[in-house]
Design a protein around this ligand. Sequence first.
Ligand code: IPE
Ligand code: IPE
Ligand code: MG
Length: 598
Amino acid sequence: MPGILTQAAIDDPALRAAYLHCRRTVRRDDPVEYSIMQLMPPLLRPACWAMWAAFSAADDLADAPAGTTATRTAQLKAWTTALEDELTAGHSDDPVRRALIDTMHRWRLDLADLRLSFATLDGDTRGRHLHTWEQWSVWVGDSNLSWATQSMTLLARAGIPVPVWLRRKDSYQRYLDGLYLTDTLTDLAQDLARGELNLPTQVLDQFPDAADHLTARHWSPAAGALIAHLTGQARRWLDQPGLTSTLHPGPAELLSTATRLFHARLDAVQAAGPALLSRPAVPAPFVRWRILARARTRGALAWRLTPLSATPHGSSPGYALPRQTRPPSKFQPPAPHPSGARPPTIPASRMPRHVAVIMDGNGRWATQRGLPRHEGHRAGAEGATRDVICGAAEIGLAHLTLYAFSTENWKRDTEEIAFLFESIRNQLRTYANDKEELGIRIRWAGSAVGLPQDLIEELLQAELRTRHRTGLCVTVCINYGGRDELTRAAAQLARAAAAGDIDPDHVSDTDLARHLTWPDTPDVDLLWRTGGEQRISNFLLWQAAYAELHFTDTNWPDIDRRDLWQAITEYSVRQRRHGAAPAADSSKDGTVAHRACH
Ligand code: IPE
Ligand code: IPE
Ligand code: MG
């Protein structure tokens, strides 16, 4: 093992001891997880141990059986605060944090990416009430996604890119759900000892009395039926077709071995019966050995295909350096417009929830001034886009969606395209890295096909890093086309129908909407296009079905937040009917009761 530390250039004796401490913790507390880490390239294994041990230490504080909610919350906060402070100082006396800090510096990981997991743990100290599988899945994602993503970032930093679709696929989230449900079943005894049963009421209600029996540690036919149902569910989620196809053989081997090991865990759950109530269900060592022996050989071969580098790849400075600031608990208003203008007061019932903007006219703005087109894009991004985002936050808008690059914009010359991408990168850095205090969440809608890998990486990082923010949600549409989004949603539905998960005779619009990129976003209330053209150019075809349209002649670089406020003011007096006949009171309110929203 010290050989691995030497290979990973970890020379300092105290640091080596810290990493070995983490390794012992993983091996002792989760031998299956440890075996999976053994399939990572040796160079990256110490980082995996450190990340796992850190998460586990924080998780233990959140779950500590002794103490009140307040003490658990305080202990977890003290731990994460210490980590933030020590990360700045670059040193910790705690072995787990010492190894984690070294990992973060060495691989240029960012603590912001892990904050969501810590924040979710903090929520766990207060207890969770999960009603549906969907809520459960969001919780699983919040606590685990950033860890899974960090492992992918590690691979990318070492020179093995993991394709973007993996993280965006429904099947990937489902796979994570399968892993987590298996964990829950395996460790049921531990949860029950703490009086917890972290399953949605949706499934518990299907098996009357099962939850009470399990909590009382009484094995009954109802309890057995619930466990059998959950085991089947976990198996289905683990078996996601096509998850490893087109992956580099290294990560592919890792994922398929993890699947086999988790199925072995489920075999152990099924075999345990009543014993599941008193001790964790672990597969016999020889079962693990059999699965791993073959995987190790194949994994070692696979990693040899790509030379790995201990020097991080693909990290741009804006994203690479560890954050040194702590997030404020509440976000602040943006700087006011230089004119001193203040946002109009719009009654809450007349505020749009979602404004989408086709930011058009950059090229013409530049041409009119005898400048190259890219100067129009620069002026648009640095002036108008920035100011409109501030104005949206200032007026209290919930969702702002910006069309930055369409699937049709590839027809432009490569220099212009490269400039547009560079300008997007700069903006992402500003909002994801530096403007934490505004509480702005960034998301991306669009296709990864054809986009530069580093741009994709930055978009996903920005999403992950701002996922916890609760202020204005800015969705940037890059390589976006409404038809492309709908085609992909239709393909997902077809896949679900072919797998028997959905009945084609009962497909509803909400079924399709669930497969859009951001299904939780409300429909577009106001669609605004600048630059004088009156068309929607393949933008948000589904979401804008009932949008109020607003066209203005000004080219985008000459726009500022006051134009947004004007658009919202005009919207606020429009009468929206959604197909209903005009009613006396609806004309007063400007809306009708049943606003379509998914
Ligand atoms: C909008 O401005 C920006 C993008 C489409 C990326 P244009 O570049 O389309 O500007 P015009 O329409 O040519 O003036
Ligand atoms: C729409 O503008 C796309 C964006 C603003 C990103 P275009 O300028 O590309 O649209 P058309 O070609 O005039 O319809
Ligand atoms: Mg245009």
